[in-house]
Design a binder for this molecule. Sequence first.
Ligand code: SF4
Length: 627
Amino acid sequence: MAKWLAALRTPVGAFSATLLLLVFALAVFAPILWHDNAFAIDTEAIAQGPSAAHWLGTDDLGRDILFRVLVATRLSVLLAVFATVIGVVTGLVLGTLPSLLPRPAARLVTAAVNIAVAFPGLLLVLFFSVIFGVGAQGAVLAVGFALAPAFARLAQTLSASVAGQDFVSAARISGVGRIRLLVRHILPNIGEPLVVNATLGAGASLLAFAGLSFLGIGVQAPEYDWGRLLGEGLNGIYVNPAAALAPGVAVVLAGLAFNLAGETVAGVIGVRTGLRKLAPRTVVPAREAVAEDRDDAVLVVENLQVAFPRPAGWTVPVRGVSFTVHAGEAIGVVGESGSGKSLTGLAVSRLVEAPAVVTADRLDFAGRPLLTTPERELRGLLGTSLAMVFQDPMTSFNPTRRIGRQLAEVAEQHQGLPRAKAFERAVDRLRAVRIPAAGRRAKQYPHEFSGGMRQRAMIGMGLMGDPRLIIADEPTTALDVTVQRQLLRLLARTRAERDTAIILISHDIAVVSQTCERMLVMYAGRVVEDMPSAGTPRHPYTRALLAATLDLETDRDTPLAVIPGRPPEPDRVPTGCAFADRCPAVTDRCRLEDPVLESVGSSHRVACWEASASLSTKETVTAGGAE
Ligand code: SF4
């Protein structure tokens, strides 16, 4: 409220508010007060100039121009408002349809909007006028539909930007359907810029009506709006210029009122702003069998690939990833940015969308094949059994909805709980993740929570169901060290109490080795080492990651170890070992053949020719010694 008051105190804010108030006051009261004066015909004062009796003169029938301009305010403003509503609603439908329709239909809608946007607005108005006919009704429809493409484009762009946010992914994971996702999570977050643009659109439609009426295809006699008065006034401009000037000034002032009001609102709220085919399988080395598929496997991933189409072919940022997670197990996935670790987590959660293509020989969660299970069943399964904690606590929740309601949505969707019961459960879960004063906090918005609390609430959201797996993607990166520890402890406790498996995705190998019993090291889209956290790393990349880790015992006098060079871009992965250019132990073979991920000990696999060779040498020596 303080921001609104401050905005009203600025010159632009005060001027636009006064002007808008005046326009609406005239729209309401002018026809009541001066209707008769505006229609009174005076044959003795036909087409006169300004006088004391008629300040702006009279028209061809001796009617007072000033009263007619004032009375025309209602119809002019109403037409503009109706047309804007039609434009905004149609635009919103067209703009959000692509996110609800199947892909081919969505493309069709998008293409139609793109074509419509390419046409000048005035041309569209004239085109629709021909279709809907002359008169006020036809003009409203014509101007409304002509405004729609611009709003559709705006809604599409805004929806796309919001659809990529973590809280939308979280809602999808928790099984929220597409329409509900749109209504509850996307529209409230794009509403503000749309409202601002609608006020600007109202100004534009006011001008469009004036143009149409002036051309004689808008409002028809005996009704009249400013455009019609403008047209009539121009016929006698040499006799009485005021007759044309007055409605023109009215159009400009009302348009200005709408536009400046839009600017003021924007200042206050701040505008937040071919057939699908399977990706070609890139040749990946044969894999060792994944850890044995025990009865308690929660997640089995075999030869997972994520591919994106590019003009020059397919880019495959996740290549042949295989691993198994058992109940109650915590595994860490580590690697530098671009290693494919987060994309692997998203693919497992079914959050990778077309045009990207996810393929796998096997991708089973809780015994169900994720790639072939119908979406409806999948929603129920993932909504109750899989929880996701994202990196940025700021974007994990829908900023327009109270935390408690967002948690309760999961119980309403999947357990069919009534609103009040679902909310009670949400409060209980917030309590379980140690949110102080959970009842009060549940009624607060995300921005009232600290970063650590938001992450805990995110885990609480996962606990609304009965999660068998929590995927935490860099959950502590944005938090300070103390809060980091609290969150990791909470994950560990959740795991111990509920036998929930955890996949912790992190670039911090130290955090992973302290929290998980097993870690997968990823490089250039594939797993290069799968080892117990307490084991001795064999891959040069894992060793380099460890050497580059700082701790309290790090010698401050020696230079900090860094890994030279950069990981290859996903579409430029070299032949042979992808780490070859940065590896101190590289050999000719490394540059020619991609190493196979193979077993080098109990629960330890590594993809490195040198590591495998040293093991075989050791085995030979040991075998020789035994003989
Ligand atoms: S395969 Fe060769 S280049 Fe790759 S990590 Fe092993 S030693 Fe280094």
